[in-house]
Design a protein. Structure first.
Length: 403
């Protein structure tokens, strides 16, 4: 069905180009593309995690024939094998899909999201090239692409499909300084602390570098804003606005907000610190080490570290250098048996000195990378526990020596 929709335009275009090889026509002569409007559609976020940052599509509307479609580069399926694992390693494939414009709007109206349309001020030959490019892109061998959240997503694909087929270059507004990738997504997940926590845990130091005007357009709202202020500059230096008119085709309505975990990450980190302090105080009073608590800490930090470790091999370009791995890494899992054995024998354990040194380096790394919320409090908890364990057992060892 979708190919037929695009194919109808293709047949008409071929016939027109056979009749006139120049494609351009006199101003006072009707052109087949005059009835075709091409627009950028920007959808506001809704409560699903994958839609916290909004969405972008292209609308192609032929008022003469009634063909009206939305071209969507955000099609994916959770049902595909190993979806989560593939996403973690940057191996997720998205694809181009085509659906009726009314059906597209109905979905976002259901979620309470708005849909804003920017009708583009295009020349007939520019419309022809965009339609032909869309048709070529929708071929089975071309429609699937390797998704990258920052550099190649549904918004950047739609933007490039338009900008790469114009008679000239698109000129956007200029700013003195652009925010980082992390700062950009923080604007959109501030009401979802645990989603922000997950993002900040996985994103590395590269996500804190300043972006360019093109790089920040991975956010749909940013592309919409930049299109509003953009001009097309041709080879003669003449310019015209990229957007002819703008309208809201689906108004936003109140959304049903699903309840999240009631405690923020920082609150949970504070609880961890308090519990760690209390356990250590009780141990001092009873002159006994509860190695079970250290077992829980080592398991938790080690398993979390496994996630950060596998991200080193991910194809996402902003996750493989993550200084938080100095704090959370898989190594504690290999020292659990040693910890239990030496604790039972009341022997000092030098591993706590190594962990203390590593944690202090990790905390210093916070000067160069933005850490997840509460991560410094977690670091203080582990640092306190390591110093306490080493100091207590060293004191116990000296006491045994003097006796």
């Amino acid at each position: 069905m979708a190919l037929l929709l695009l194919g109808g335009w293709h047949i008409g275009l071929s016939a027109q180009q056979t009749e006139d090889n120049s494609v351009s026509h006199e101003v006072n002569k009707a052109h087949p593309m005059d009835s075709v409007d091409i627009s950028l559609l920007t959808c506001s976020p809704h409560q699903e995690v994958y839609s916290l940052y909004g969405h972008t599509a292209i609308r192609v509307n032929d008022r003469r024939t009634g063909r009206d479609i939305a071209v969507n580069y955000g099609m994916f399926s959770f049902a595909k094998p190993y979806f989560v694992l593939r996403f973690v390693f940057g191996l997720t494939d998205y694809e181009m899909g085509i659906e009726g414009f009314e059906d597209f709007c109905r979905i976002y109206a259901y979620y309470g999201s708005s849909v804003t349309e920017q009708m583009l001020d295009l020349l007939p030959e520019e419309k022809i090239r965009i339609l032909q490019a869309l048709e070529e892109n929708y071929r089975p061998e071309n429609r699937v692409y390797r998704y990258n959240y920052f550099y190649d997503n549904c918004t950047t694909r739609a933007r490039d499909m338009i900008a790469d087929h114009l008679n000239g270059k698109v000129r956007y507004r200029e700013e003195e300084k652009y925010p980082s990738f992390r700062e950009l997504i923080h604007e959109w997940n501030k009401e979802h602390p645990w989603a922000r926590f997950g993002n900040d845990m996985l994103l590395g130091i590269k996500a804190d570098q300043h972006t360019t005007i093109g790089e920040q357009q991975f956010i749909p709202a940013n592309t919409m804003r930049d299109f509003d202020q953009a001009y097309i500059v041709d080879e003669h230096g003449e310019k015209r606005p990229l957007v002819g008119c703008k309208m809201i085709v689906v108004p936003a309505r109140e959304q049903i907000v699903e309840k999240e975990f009631p405690l923020r990450p920082r609150t949970c980190a504070i609880i961890l610190f308090v519990v760690t302090w209390l356990v250590s105080i009780i141990e001092r009073g009873r002159q006994k080490i509860y190695w079970g608590y250290d077992l829980l800490l080592m398991l938790a930090s080690g398993l979390a570290g496994c996630i950060l470790f596998v991200m080193i091999f991910s194809q996402h370009p902003t996750v493989n250098i993550n200084l938080q791995i100095l704090l959370l890494n898989p190594l504690p899992l290999f020292f659990i048996r040693r910890m239990i054995r030496r604790t039972r024998k009341h022997l000092p354990d030098s591993q706590y000195l190594y962990w203390t040194f590593l944690i202090m380096i990790a905390m210093a790394g916070g000067l160069f990378q933005h850490y997840a919320e509460g991560m410094f409090i977690v670091a203080l908890s582990l640092l306190f526990r390591n110093i306490w364990r080493y100091g207590y057992q060293l004191k116990y060892d000296k006491k045994e020596y003097h006796q």
